[in-house]
Design a protein around this ligand. Sequence first.
Ligand SMILES: [Zn+2]
Length: 212
Amino acid sequence: MRGGDMQGLSLIRDRLLGLRIDPRTGIVASARQVPSPNCDDRPPGAGIDLLVVHGISLPPGEFGGPYIDQLFQNRLDTSAHPSFAGLAGLRVSSHLLVRRDGELVQYVPLGRRAWHAGQSRFGARAACNDFSIGIELEGADDVPYQPVQYVRLAALLTALSAALPSLAGAPVVGHSDIAPGRKTDPGPAFRWSQLRHWLRAFGGRDLQVRTA
Ligand SMILES: [Zn+2]
């Protein structure tokens, strides 16, 4: 495809899906902004060259409540559900969340370090939070993700790699890939082939999506 066509395609895609990313502020314009205090500066010189896909639901397997926002803002009432007891004092966040209906939520600006990966390793490099962007999907390991979530995620990844040159050709992995034995999300229900399909459709084909 010619350069002009590519540019036109990405304009249409961004208009359709409302994805505008300001590389200076690291804000995704169409995302609902829910600022999390659980972030800090990336280490000096750390580039952003890894994309990490997560799955989260609170309570586990239940969707649509306010609890993810509350967890990432340290205002979750851990007495609200028995499963929340273990979350007391947890300080976590992600850059972005794609909800079941496709709604996009942003908790941390892209340039800041979100606390999503925990103890983790990608190849020879540990501490993946330093150099990655973390995207949560509202979901559970064994519950099929919604079709609109794949579309939204692929559009988002494509827009991210266009906005941040360091993400061109970046690997896209699951949390379970960088924290094996400790984390299982996004789980077997997440269909990487669907993500690849939509990335091809949006022109984000240079991203290195994990196989299987
Ligand atoms: Zn995760």
